[in-house]
Ligand binder design. Structure first.
Ligand SMILES: Nc1ncnc2c1ncn2[C@@H]1O[C@H](COP(=O)(O)OP(=O)(O)O)[C@@H](O)[C@H]1O
Ligand SMILES: [Mg+2]
Length: 313
């Protein structure tokens, strides 16, 4: 990519990426089917789709753990699986497995040793990592006593050992309670603030919606939609609520509205486009008491359900 003459490498670039699994009976499934997208550096990119959509398969191809059937995947400017790029990326798998008799500190120490850090470096790094994921107080407890959210946080700490530029988190919020969700969201956001690029998958949009700069929605291996939150979630309708409406106001606004409902002293005017919001406001001015004008933003959840339903037709 070229911005103002300066070359800015994408964190991820995927072109026509495809993975076909061969079944035992000779049948074949396209788990990932002609994906095209890119992720800029420093972005939090949400990768969203129902179970079986092809999220994990895509991540494994980007990590170089699985070979694509066709297409191209570039990570940090290098072909997926390239040794140099691998040193700068990290991965938290869908269901990380830890030895539960170990303490948080012991687990991190084990992984630090894999990176050949000496004793003093390990000690310093482990303290930093525990602090970053909010587990400083719990480092000496065994993982058996950790909640699922704490285990996910230790997983993120482990993924941060090599101070990667790009992190892949596969469904990090799955199965967590709302407080732990929030913790993981905050943690992902703090990674962005530290300049990291994050590729995070989820089957539950609401879990990561608030932290993502851009989102791709996939279903049955195909990209269905991609864009920023603002691009994806158009403002749907606006509800204008008034009281003390003068007689005939309802029939005056009806031609501009999708629907008008009267509930006791409240009159609600549902309008489906911005121009008519202004027209309704002009019409009602001086003829009622304006209570509220509320744009109803579609949620990512709504969009997702709409897309999946559409695909089933
Ligand atoms: N090793 C495999 N062999 C055969 N089929 C697989 C394999 N791994 C995944 N699949 C199939 O590929 C599709 C996508 O799976 P996956 O990438 O795990 O989806 P997600 O992570 O979005 O739930 C599913 O239909 C799944 O059953
Ligand atoms: Mg998966």
């Amino acid at each position: 990519m070229d911005i103002g003459g300066k070359s800015v490498a994408e964190a991820i670039m995927v072109q026509g990426l495809k993975k076909v699994y061969k079944g035992a009976l000779g049948d074949s499934v396209a788990a990932v089917d002609d994906l095209n997208f890119q992720v800029d550096q420093g972005q939090i990119f949400g990768f969203i789709g129902p179970n079986g959509a092809g999220k994990t398969t895509t991540i494994k191809m980007l990590l170089g753990l699985l070979f694509p059937s066709s297409g191209k995947a570039m990570v940090l400017g290098k072909p997926a699986g390239d040794i140099e790029a691998k040193k700068r990326i990290s991965y938290l798998p869908e269901s990380p497995y830890f030895y539960e008799h170990m303490t948080g500190v012991e687990v991190l120490d084990f992984y630090c040793k894999l990176f050949r850090m000496d004793g003093a470096t390990r000690k310093r790094r482990i303290a930093e990592l525990l602090e970053q994921v909010g587990l400083t107080q719990d480092g000496k407890r065994s993982l058996r006593q950790y909640s699922k959210g704490m285990l996910q946080r230790i997983g993120v700490a482990q993924a941060l050992i090599n101070d990667p530029d790009l992190l892949f988190l596969d469904e990090p919020t799955s199965g967590l309670d709302p407080i732990a969700h929030k913790d993981i969201q905050d943690l992902i956001f703090s990674l962005k603030q530290r300049g990291k690029s994050v590729f995070v998958s989820s089957h539950q949009l609401s879990d990561i919606e608030s932290v993502c700069d851009r989102v791709a929605i996939i279903n049955r291996g195909k990209l269905v939609k991609i864009g920023s939150m603002e691009e994806l979630l158009h403002i749907g309708r606006t509800v204008i609520t008034v009281t003390k409406a003068k007689e005939n106001l309802s029939s005056e606004v009806k031609p501009l509205a999708e629907r008008v409902s009267v509930d006791g002293e409240f009159m609600r005017i549902y309008v489906d486009n911005e121009e008519n919001v202004h027209n309704v406001l002009d019409t009602v001015r001086g003829k009622c008491n304006l209570v509220s004008v509320v744009p109803q933003r579609q949620t990512l959840e709504d969009l997702f359900v709409e897309i999946v339903r559409e695909a089933r037709k």
